[in-house]
Design a protein around this ligand. Structure first.
Ligand code: CO
Length: 134
């Protein structure tokens, strides 16, 4: 059901430092920051030859990654994103298998303008999983 790894998301306490690290130290192609008010994050996409890295920084009062950064003050891997062809079919299949879909189970439009869903980390070996329909 799942396809390619679309991205690995890393929460960072200092966005500029994260950009500098990936652009200058690691020599990757780093895109301009994008504010995503619906998701409470500012996102920076880093393009690698075979996938992307997504730097996440809290935006606004109730950012879903604020608590994560409190627990992980130097940052850390926040989620991984797999591609699916049909997000509603994937959701229905996973829910039928007992997996919890976050946020009421309705897809939101993600940072790439495509529908996304998040799956409960306790149902997926301790990893927050994002599904993106491509
Ligand atoms: Co993501």
């Amino acid at each position: 059901m799942i396809g390619r790894l679309n991205h690995v998301a890393i929460a960072v306490p200092d966005l500029e430092a994260g950009i500098t690290l990936y652009r200058d130290t690691l020599g990757a192609k780093v895109n301009a920051p994008q504010d995503e008010p619906d998701h409470g994050v500012t996102v920076v996409f880093i393009e690698l030859p075979n996938t992307k890295i997504e730097l996440l920084h809290p935006l606004g009062e109730n950012s879903p990654i604020a608590a994560f950064l409190e627990k992980n003050p130097s940052g850390g891997i926040h989620h991984i994103c797999y591609e699916v062809d049909d997000i509603l079919a994937a959701r229905d299949k996973l829910q039928a298998a007992g997996a919890r879909v976050l946020g009421g189970g309705e897809p939101k439009i993600g940072a790439h303008g495509k529908p996304v869903l998040f799956l409960h980390p306790k149902d997926f070996t301790g990893t927050l999983i994002e599904l993106e329909q491509v």
